[in-house]
Design a protein around this ligand. Sequence first.
Ligand code: HEM
Length: 461
Amino acid sequence: MLTNFREAAVPPGAAAADVVSRTEIPLVSGGSRSGHHDELARDPLGLLQRAAAEAVGGLAQLSIGNRPFLVVSTHTAAADVLEDTSRAFAKPKMGSWRRLLGGSLLCTNGADWARARRRVRLVAGPATAEIARSAARVAVRCSNAWPVDGEVALLPEMRAIALGSAFELLTGSAPDLDVPAFTAALDTVLRHIQEVESTPDRKRCGGQEAFEESVRNLRRQVDPMALRWSTEVGGSRLLRPAGPEAYRGYPERAVDDLLGYLVAGYESTATTLTWSILLLAEHPDEQAAVRGGHRDAERSVVAEALRLYPPAWALLRAAVRPTAVGGVPVPPGALVLCSPYLIHRDPVVFPRPTNFAPSRWDKPHPDLPRHAYVPFGSGQRACPGRTMAATGTAAVLSTLAGRFEFRPSTAHPSPEVRVTLQPPLDTTVAVRRLPGSGRPSPAVPDPHADDRTVKENGNAI
Ligand code: HEM
């Protein structure tokens, strides 16, 4: 989910600039005097699509800085990078992320990453019914404020649902924070990180002070909850510290870990929900199928939204020792960008790849190559929250489709490349409250939160 084009971990002394001359990997056409850097910042998806079209064996090179920069656009080449059986890749150093998340799993490598994995565990797998109920409950609570007949700005609404539900599930208690202030601060931080990552100029980007202030604000808000969460014994939280000693002497690590899981889960879930609803609004038949409870329809819709608009559109790695991708040697210091966005649009694997066709996922696909569909990554760094995300998003979608009819209120938006692949912030959808959906009080269980709407044996994700 997190990318950083600027700060590759180049081992001292690594001579990495000569991959162009030593390999058959084609250099992508275009590029200015500064190579492809400006275009990568301005129109990354356009550049990546050109890289896929010109690739040989799923590999193409960009001219970015003085080290090799490879783009991986097929599942066969992606397998080498994501599975990384010889431990030749690391996540590039992520300085800005570390300012926010310290030693969290999300932005560490090697021994620090292994320590973060040992400190805390997400036990979402056995808790699917609980995840679906919580997500549906939060969806009802948030959508109670929607108009009977009007428009809603989707992304902010889905952020509120994603954050509320993630907090509830991870910590086992309702978020004790100012949700608008929290999401605003997180927005400032994510925007700044995106700007820093994609700006060629290494000088400080503007907004550093606002970034630092927002980081302090977020950590301050999470601090009391992290203390409660990390010292509680038992409870229903899905994110569980390894034991009572896990944070002794290092209370700030509890903030790192809780905030890391929240940040990882929040924006990616919110954008997935936003795309899913936009696509449902444009496809009334699919919407009716979800509303009618047909064949895990909501899971198929989420799977297809994740195929077309994977929030983690680029998975970036830096080679830390000599290795090979698709049989081609890759020197230490090379950056390798695996793009789920490109991999998911391979017409050999997904016929008519740009069509929204949830029926692709109606039945299991034993023949689907393992790395052809990687919205949650793969290998050691794969997403630990995938069960929570898949179950929660399906439950929210089914709950909202049971309460509202959705219609498009604008033309289909092009994705914006931020930390995730998202529709513009002001994208709206027309909603009409369905007869009988009422406004249940938060204390009363919502009819759509029962097991009728909770499909636990989905096939796709
Ligand atoms: C639709 C929602 C989600 C999507 C598309 C998604 C996608 C991903 C992807 C692709 C990665 C791997 C990144 C890489 O290889 O560089 C990842 C990592 C991660 N995800 Fe998710 N994720 C989602 C939801 C969640 C949720 C709900 C949580 C937890 C509450 C979560 C926690 C994490 C963490 C902690 C990592 C880092 C794992 C590591 O580096 O070892 N994610 N996610």
